[in-house]
Design a protein around this ligand. Structure first.
Ligand code: CA
Length: 228
């Protein structure tokens, strides 16, 4: 059915949600903080996120904005506050729907079904999602990339590498993950990655010694982030 991320710090509510969603044959992952949620959406694909607004590390509104900065996965916020202005603000900040606690499983299922129906659409071509990191804009569907409004002329592999990293801004991606995801290889030598990285760097107008977007962490991996 759907891949669901449950973000909820209350163990009791969390286990109940996991149990009910799994019973309804959804695939569920769950975390208890906003920062873990950010890591999850950077590394895994979800159809919907259920976001509790009372998390220990970040205010719910902040958590939502940060999620929206890295993904446009549908988000249903679960709030104990039935304050109308708060809900309107969250919907404006990118929430797709909301639930006021306590809510029933049936209510949650109904909201999820509605959100999934809206986002999965009626089989039309998916709307192109442009990944933006600083002055970089990467459109994976149209396979176009621009830097500060100027189109980049990238090879297929350079584009794949850039698009993969742009989907996880600020996250250090291990080399073996790049090999697996971009090269579809389970092993290989680091030189393959280094060579492509250096070509990509040149096209982005930067060098390893003076990185702007592409940062190599020796022995660890690579990350793409906006210049400081
Ligand atoms: Ca909570």
């Amino acid at each position: 059915m759907a891949r669901v991320l449950v973000v909820e710090d209350d163990q009791f509510v969390r286990s109940a949600l996991i149990r009910h969603l799994s019973d309804a044959s959804h695939t569920v992952r769950s975390v208890g903080t906003a920062l873990e949620a950010l890591r999850e959406v950077a590394h895994h694909c979800f159809d919907v996120v259920i976001l509790d607004l009372g998390l220990p590390d970040l205010d719910g509104g902040e958590a939502l904005k940060m999620l929206r900065g890295v993904t446009d996965v549908p988000v249903i916020v679960a709030t104990a506050r039935d304050d109308e202005s708060e809900i309107v603000r969250l919907l404006n900040d990118g929430a797709d729907d909301y639930l006021t606690k306590p809510f029933s499983v049936e209510h949650l299922s109904a909201r999820m079904t509605a959100v999934l129906r809206r986002t999965r659409g009626s089989g039309e071509a998916p709307a192109s999602r442009v990944l933006r990191v600083g002055g970089l804009a990467v459109d994976p569907l149209r396979r176009r990339a621009e830097l500060d409004g100027t189109p980049l002329d990238l090879t297929r592999r350079e584009f794949d590498l850039l698009a993969f990293l742009a989907g996880r801004p600020g996250v250090v991606v291990p080399r073996r993950e790049l090999l697996a995801e971009v090269w579809q290889q389970s092993y290989g030598d680091d030189q393959t990655i280094d060579v492509h990285l250096s070509w990509l760097r040149r096209k982005l107008g930067e060098t390893a010694a003076n990185p702007r977007y592409l940062h190599t962490l020796r022995g660890v991996g690579v990350k793409l982030e906006p210049p400081r």
